[in-house]
Design a protein around this ligand. Structure first.
Ligand code: UDP
Length: 377
């Protein structure tokens, strides 16, 4: 019988959904008989405030980072998260039951920090047989909300995240360092710059920059576009505004853009835009970082949108896959040195490797182990 895997995410940014899609794609190539379903549990919770988490995240990341960081610090202990989650669970329990009953999973994979504890509490209260596996999509600055000893398995990307998991009481046998869930389309084929440019109908011969800022499109994109158009007029800009419709309108309707600036809203062909570009300019989102690394495109990080991304800047610098340019003028200077060839050729041969297939294998193994234990099929 086909096994059912329920992926719990939320569209706070774009990284959680991208990670789930990556793993689902890897599972589909294993030949295993599985059906996958994805649910935005925060939206499904129906709780005021919590159900609006995607909009709140967009609000935080566009100019209200201080508030986000205040809440991050305040809540970054196991004690706080245990208490807050117990409270939330009381309100969300019936909605969780609806989600579980309608799908009947054999395995629950949590890819959002706020869903880890509620799903474990539900499993324990109802004696559900399905394991809870957590895939952590933060690389370095992992918040306490992700980490609870009650999950059955943790799939992590870096030694730093493993150390933090242990500090929060997750036992070593429950931890596997698999690597990050990058969608296979970012690494299964060698990206061809020329073909991608033709497909996108952009000039093949110009130095091309991809400017992106996560699913919510927060941060200083507009200022960067102006800076790059002024200081690097010989470049083509591919600007992705994600779900930020306000930014999209501002960039397309209220200004006279250069003929070589192409503005996109939320796209589902990021791998094609990355293939077309010579460098990726982005906030320090883990998903975008690891996708660019998989495609061997140098990264220019403009900053961290929230404390949970702070550690990613050091990660990128230490891995040798990019630089940090905290001001628009530093970004344009870096673009000039890229065009001169000084940074490009320095990309290391060994990149942070995608862990997508290793993650898929772990999910299949834990389901097989459960089946052996219960002797069911
Ligand atoms: N993304 C996308 N379309 C867009 C903008 C972003 O598919 O228009 C994807 C991007 O490829 C990456 C994810 O959204 O997989 C963003 O994840 P990241 O961790 O960089 O930032 P977040 O949005 O989670 O803050």
């Amino acid at each position: 019988m086909k096994k059912k895997i329920l992926f719990i995410i939320s569209d706070t940014g774009g990284g959680h959904r991208s990670a789930a899609n990556a793993v689902i794609s890897a599972l589909s190539t294993t030949g295993a008989e599985v059906t996958c379903e994805m649910v935005d549990l925060l939206k499904a919770s129906g709780l005021p405030g919590i159900q609006n988490a995607p909009e709140l995240y967009a609000f935080f990341s566009s100019g209200h980072i201080w508030l986000h960081n205040f809440l991050f610090r305040l809540s970054n202990t196991s004690w706080f998260m245990d208490t807050a989650s117990r409270l939330l669970y009381g309100f969300a329990r019936n909605r969780i039951r609806k989600v579980i009953d309608s799908f009947g999973p054999d395995l629950v994979v949590v890819i959002h920090p706020l869903a880890v504890r509620p799903m474990c509490t539900y499993r324990d209260e109802f004696g559900s047989p399905w394991p809870v596996v957590t895939i952590v999509t933060d690389l370095i600055s992992v918040h306490a909300s992700w980490l609870s000893p009650c999950a059955d398995l943790y799939l992590l990307s870096t030694p730093e995240s493993v150390a933090i998991a242990k500090q929060h009481g997750v036992l070593a046998p429950k931890i596997k360092m698999t690597g990050f869930p990058v969608h296979p389309r970012f690494y299964s084929l060698q990206p061809d710059r020329e073909i991608a440019r033709k497909q996108l109908e952009i000039d093949s011969n110009r130095f091309t920059l991809l400017l992106t800022s996560g699913g919510a499109g927060g941060g200083q994109v507009e200022v960067l576009v102006s800076e790059l158009e002024r200081e690097c007029p010989q470049c083509t800009l591919l600007v992705v505004t994600g779900r930020n419709q306000f930014l999209f309108r501002k960039l397309t309707e209220h200004r006279s853009a250069s003929a070589h600036t192409h503005v996109y809203g939320f796209i589902d062909n990021m791998e094609q835009l990355m293939a077309a570009c010579d460098a990726v300019i982005t906030k320090a989102g883990p998903g975008t970082i690891m996708e660019a690394a998989a495609q061997r495109r140098p990264l220019i990080l403009t900053g961290a949108v929230g404390l949970q991304e702070e550690g990613n800047i050091r990660f990128v610098i230490d891995s040798g896959i990019g630089v940090h340019c905290p001001s628009p003028s530093a970004v344009s200077k870096q673009v000039h040195s890229l065009m001169n060839g000084s940074f490009h050729s320095n990309l290391p041969m060994v990149f942070p490797v995608a862990g997508t297939h290793a993650i898929a294998d772990q999910l299949l193994s834990i389901m097989a182990a459960k089946e052996d234990l219960h002797g069911t099929s």
